[in-house]
Design a protein around this ligand. Structure first.
Ligand SMILES: [Fe+2]
Ligand SMILES: [Fe+2]
Length: 176
């Protein structure tokens, strides 16, 4: 059984991941309404990744025969002052999640729960990538905020495909 402190903290993290999902859907919808389809597509895809993160955590708790509670989430921010604001918010969110994941790792380690500690390792790597992606994107949108078609061209060039299969990723509950 995973450490109780870890289980309760991981249940909280599931709520954070679902909240991130909702927030990224709200960002995608904003860009869709602004007719910036490449930015919209990027955020719809990021939203799906956040849902997968939540479901990976759900699967881990199910496999470990630990309590899992599917949470409600607070409403995301849905209106934005300009095209930069959703990306700035996303970067802040990813930095916060990185801290949360590090804290999860620390809790597992201090409890001597090495299985749970290992489970968190993939998320540490994932957060490094997500913070890097969002901080690159923030630089691009800040530079081109008066000419959003430049941003769209950048997205089409750099972020057109999906992330691809990651064979090291934990299995999301319910996934094929
Ligand atoms: Fe996430
Ligand atoms: Fe993320």
């Amino acid at each position: 059984m995973p450490a109780e402190t870890f289980v309760s903290r991981l249940n909280e993290q599931i709520a954070h991941e679902f909240a991130a999902h909702q927030q990224y859907v709200a960002c995608a919808v904003y860009y869709d309404a602004e007719t910036l389809p490449q930015l919209a597509r990027f955020f719809y895809r990021q939203a799906m990744e956040e849902r997968d993160h939540a479901m990976m955590m759900v699967q881990y708790l199910i496999d470990a025969d630990a309590d899992v509670t599917i949470p409600g989430v607070a409403a995301p921010q849905a209106s934005f002052s300009d095209v930069v604001a959703p990306v700035a918010l996303a970067l802040e969110q990813e930095k916060r999640v990185s801290d949360q994941i590090n804290e999860l790792t620390r809790i597992a380690r201090e409890a001597g729960d090495f299985t749970s500690e290992q489970f968190t390792q993939w998320f540490i790597k994932e957060q490094v990538e997500e913070v890097a992606t969002m901080s690159d994107l923030l630089r691009v949108v800040e530079r081109s905020k008066d000419d959003p078609m430049d941003i769209e061209n950048f997205m089409a060039r750099e972020h057109s495909g999906g992330a691809g299969e990651d064979p090291t990723a934990p299995h999301p509950a319910g996934a094929e």
